[in-house]
Design a protein around this ligand. Structure first.
Ligand SMILES: [Zn+2]
Length: 325
């Protein structure tokens, strides 16, 4: 789909496909991940914002050629082995599944979500913002997957914008507020001074990637059970510092909800109100300056995440931050 066509369609730049949902013969129930988070958020948004399923932008599956813009041929080939995919997806029984089942049930949905991130990048340039109800695979880099992330959608999105929108996008900022360190994009953009990375994460959980940390230009290492007050003060300070140091043409906001209190993997203690205020801070800061924001859902492993995400998007809409350029 060409960008010129996008503006003629009068709908919100929210990207979703029913092909996002992960499924492999019920095995997804073994994983703490809400395998259909995007679908659940989409359903809530339909109710809250009076949308219909046709009101969302649908990506087409990302091609091998597009993946090769970032990924090494060796890495893509490694995904043909169920053992390797089982390690990335953190679902050990996948080892015993034929690769075609792994492809159709897990990797294909992930390829649709990665394509959704790229489409959201294009839409954000047109409308000032866009949200992909998936993606945010921030543990995957060009040559290695991990932590449920098989494709480096954040890198793919930035590389595509730099290549295809070179007149409008030369400098990108990643704001990674998932509970985990975003070591995938950090490895991909090591020593790349046109990409600025702000990362706030629990330093005492996966992936503890010290080498990747050198790419973080503004970072906060959080302790277990960090609460709203400290978290939001640090975020506010980091946003101001980042803007003082770097003027981005686009912001990629990795809005993981595994920061929520009670999340067994994130191990932080942010309330639902805290997440809603966090999202508002990011959107209001950059939207007020006319800098496009691309939001990706990333982690958020509890079933309750969907409600918070939908409430936050509705709040952004009510506050006027989701108006169209
Ligand atoms: Zn996470």
């Amino acid at each position: 789909m060409q960008c010129e066509d996008l503006k003629t369609q009068n709908k919100l730049p929210i990207v979703y496909s029913k092909k996002y949902s992960v499924h492999f013969a019920g095995l997804e129930k073994l994983h703490p991940f809400d395998a259909a988070k995007g679908k659940h958020v989409q359903q809530l948004l339909c109710t809250e914002l009076s949308l219909e399923s046709g009101d969302f932008y649908n990506p087409v599956e990302i091609t091998k050629e597009q993946l090769l813009k970032v990924h090494t041929p060796k890495y893509l080939k490694s995904l043909k082995w169920s053992f390797n995919v089982a390690c990335i997806a953190e679902v050990p029984p996948l080892i015993f599944m034929p690769n075609f089942t792994v492809q159709s049930g897990y990797l294909r949905p992930m390829r649709f979500q990665a394509a959704g991130s790229i489409l959201a990048g294009k839409l954000a340039l047109e409308y000032g913002w866009a949200i992909n109800l998936g993606g945010g695979f921030h543990h995957c880099c060009s040559y290695k997957g991990g932590g449920f992330c098989p494709y480096a959608d954040i890198t793919l999105l930035i590389v595509r914008l730099f290549e295809l929108e070179a007149s409008r996008v030369q400098r990108a900022m990643i704001i990674d507020l998932d509970a985990h360190q975003g070591n995938g994009h950090e490895r991909d953009f090591q020593n790349v001074d046109t990409v600025y990375i702000l990362d706030m994460y629990n330093a005492y959980i996966y992936p503890k990637d010290h080498e990747a940390k050198s790419s973080i230009r503004c970072g906060v290492e959080l302790k277990h059970f960090t609460e709203d007050g400290y978290y939001l003060r640090q975020l506010n300070r980091c946003l101001m510092q980042s803007l003082a140091e770097f003027k981005p043409d686009v912001v990629i906001y990795n809005a993981g909800t595994d920061v929520l209190r009670g999340d067994p993997l994130g191990n932080l203690a942010i309330t639902e109100e805290g997440v809603i205020e966090r999202d508002r801070l990011v959107f209001s800061t950059f939207r007020a300056l006319g800098i496009p924001v691309v939001m990706l859902l990333s982690g958020g492993y509890m079933k309750s995440s969907k409600r918070v995400i939908a409430d936050s998007i509705v709040n952004l809409q009510r506050q006027g931050w989701l108006s169209l350029n």
